[in-house]
Ligand binder design. Structure first.
Ligand code: HAM
Length: 428
């Protein structure tokens, strides 16, 4: 516990549902990010970043006022004058806002955008559900709703998981129709669940009036049985939506992506039309990523009608899945030598010696704050350095250094000017 000047006592604890990413976690993050950034580059996605906060209206209009994200999970509302800002709960609406604001259609279409960063949702924290989490987000904005883009966004998400060696990844996929065919389906759902109103949970009773499709997304035990015999969208699709979905599946077949149809998948964001999908994996109870088509979002936010599709992968969930599945990652691979100094002059000159090694592209560990040679060599051993460069008073005067092989104990003294060449040879 810590006391403030005003004598208030508070625990030394980070915000609930948010994590520090400690040094031991970083290799996992580096690995996931490296694979995602490389794939984004390979598939020609251009990087975009947006501010951590956005106007609340972007989400109210874009994600939907009756969605859980807007209704219950908007985090940290700040008012400045008439402006209301929230910590961004998702990236797609912010990207659509930036697309309109900066006239990004000028970059040509299809425009493929890649976004990476933290998001905030005021959730009840539990496994795979955090209040601050990170996404890797891929969007394809185009002048038509070609199903090939739906397949390409699912492909990039799938490839990330595949390259990370996540086991038995499957794309769970559905279509939720369009403006033309969804209203009739919605009416039928309303009728079906309306007759079973007494069996619904309180949230679903509310959803029945506002957005009955969302009942299909309810995870509560009570609703599962009712959902089994609920009407399914496939029976209500208009001909263009039917063909669109059929072609998406044909493209997934062509790419040999494993997929499973799930008629109850609707996803929790109002902007979706037609294709929606999520990535699941063996033994993991939460989705590792999800996405879908959102042909009206840009128009809803004030732009021209511009079809688009995308997906976002959850970094914390991916790392959790890797750990659950026993996937290990190798630590830093680049070999580093250990520079040990003896005495004040050598310590001072070691500062520039590290710079000389950096210019020669040689990785180096040091412990310039430790004076004992024994303690420094113990540290070199712990770090697994193959070579120690021992730099004492005599060497500092003579502009030389002792290079010791820490495995065999063999050592030789070499002139400082040859250090780059000799160390590189020995590291081979
Ligand atoms: P979403 O399903 O809300 O979709 O989030 C995508 C992924 O982010 C989830 O599958 C999950 O891996 C991760 N995620 C979501 N919420 C949390 C949380 N509270 N804690 C940890 N991880 C979480 C979207 O956000 C859409 N914008 C995706 C999209 C992009 N659709 C089209 N383009």
């Amino acid at each position: 516990m810590v006391k403030t000047k005003k004598e208030t006592v508070f625990p030394v604890q980070g915000p609930k549902g948010m994590h520090d990413i400690l040094p031991a976690d970083q290799p996992w993050w580096d690995r996931v990010n490296k694979i995602a950034f490389d794939l984004a580059d390979y598939y020609n996605f251009l990087r975009i970043e947006t501010p951590i906060i956005e106007r609340a209206e972007i989400y109210e209009a874009g994600v939907g006022e009756t969605s859980d994200i807007v209704e219950k999970q908007m985090f940290g509302l700040v008012k400045t004058g008439n402006d209301r800002y929230v910590l961004r709960p998702e990236a797609t609406a912010a990207i659509a806002r930036a697309y309109i604001e900066h006239g990004l259609q000028q970059l040509g279409q299809p425009l493929k955008l890649f976004w990476a960063g933290p998001l905030f949702r005021h959730e009840q924290p539990q496994a795979g559900r955090l209040r601050q989490f990170h996404q890797l987000d891929f969007e394809i904005i185009s002048n038509d709703d070609d199903p090939v883009y739906d397949a390409q966004t699912a492909l990039v998400g799938f490839r990330i998981l595949e390259e990370l060696k996540i086991k038995n990844v499957c794309v769970i996929i559905n279509t939720i129709g369009c403006k033309n065919c969804r209203p009739a389906f919605r009416r039928e759902l309303k009728e079906y669940f309306g007759e079973k109103k007494d069996e619904l949970c309180a949230d679903c009773v509310r959803r029945l009036a506002e957005n009955p499709l969302r009942i299909l997304d309810c995870k509560k035990e009570k609703e599962q049985e009712l959902k089994q015999s609920a009407p399914i969208i496939i029976d209500h699709l208009c001909a263009p939506c039917h063909d669109h979905f059929k072609t998406v599946l044909e493209y997934l077949d062509e790419l040999a992506l494993p997929y499973e149809l799930d008629h109850s998948l609707v996803r929790g964001l109002d902007y979706y039309t037609k294709t929606v999908f999520e990535f699941m994996s063996e033994g993991v109870s939460f989705a590792l990523g999800g996405g879908g088509r959102y042909d009206y979002l840009i128009e809803l936010l004030g732009g021209k009608q511009t079809p688009a599709v995308g997906c976002a992968m959850g970094v914390e969930r991916i790392i959790e899945a890797m750990k659950l599945q026993g996937i290990t990652i190798s630590p830093r691979t680049k070999q580093r030598v250990f520079l040990a100094h003896i005495g004040d002059l050598a310590k001072r000159k070691s500062l520039s010696l590290v710079e000389q090694l950096r210019e020669a592209h040689i990785g180096v560990y040091e412990a310039l704050g430790k004076d004992s040679l024994k303690a420094q060599l113990r540290m070199a051993d712990k770090l697994g350095a193959p070579l120690a460069l021992i730099f004492g008073q005599k060497e500092a005067f003579e502009e030389s250094v002792i290079v010791r092989n820490l495995k065999t104990g063999a050592q030789e003294t070499i002139p400082l000017k040859k250090i780059g060449e000799v160390v590189k040879r020995k590291l081979k």
